[in-house]
Design a protein around this ligand. Structure first.
Ligand SMILES: *[C@@H]1O[C@H](CO)[C@@H](O)[C@H](O)[C@H]1NC(C)=O
Ligand SMILES: *[C@@H]1O[C@H](CO)[C@@H](O)[C@H](O)[C@H]1NC(C)=O
Ligand SMILES: *[C@@H]1O[C@H](CO)[C@@H](O)[C@H](O)[C@H]1NC(C)=O
Length: 125
């Protein structure tokens, strides 16, 4: 029972010290994102991705806040669409290294990690 807890703790401590996010100051949605993860500054908690569907551009960066949702602080990872001033956009916020890659791979790897943890725990317990 102790080992999975230790591993989870170790990963939590590691990510707390060096969160890595994809950082793209100005990306083009029609060009695949080949950016590498970069180490975020101290105090970074989340990765974000802001998409402008109207212009076909996006940016990715580190954020020193937790994810928010409907004014709620410390929310779970989420994506929100918005349309203001004739601009259709989406803002995605997530926790964990490289989680702001592309929306699809983000979900896939999150599921993969979760399944990995479950099987790891089954093996060890
Ligand atoms: C994005 O890339 C496409 C294809 O290379 C190009 O036609 C388009 O002008 C670019 N858009 C922006 C906003 O740079
Ligand atoms: C982020 O969330 C964590 C866990 O809920 C909390 O301990 C921390 O104080 C929050 N940080 C900020 C800057 O809101
Ligand atoms: C947000 O808008 C985009 C483009 O209009 C759409 O493809 C996507 O499914 C929407 N996502 C959500 C969560 O509504």
């Amino acid at each position: 029972m102790l080992r999975p807890i230790f591993i989870t703790l170790a990963i939590a401590v590691y990510t707390a010290f060096a969160l890595q996010c994809h950082v793209v100051p100005a990306g083009n949605l029609s060009v695949p994102d080949t950016s590498q993860r970069q180490e975020c500054g101290i105090g970074s908690l989340t990765c974000v991705k802001v998409v402008d569907f109207t212009r076909g551009t996006y940016t990715k960066q580190c954020q020193t806040m937790n994810c928010t949702l409907n004014g709620m602080q410390n929310a779970a990872a989420n994506c929100q669409n918005s349309s203001a001033f004739g601009v259709n956009g989406a803002t995605c916020c997530c926790y964990g290294d490289g989680c702001n890659s592309s929306p699809k791979t983000g979900i896939v790897s999150a599921v993969g990690i979760t399944l990995g943890f479950i099987s790891l725990m089954k093996i060890m317990t």
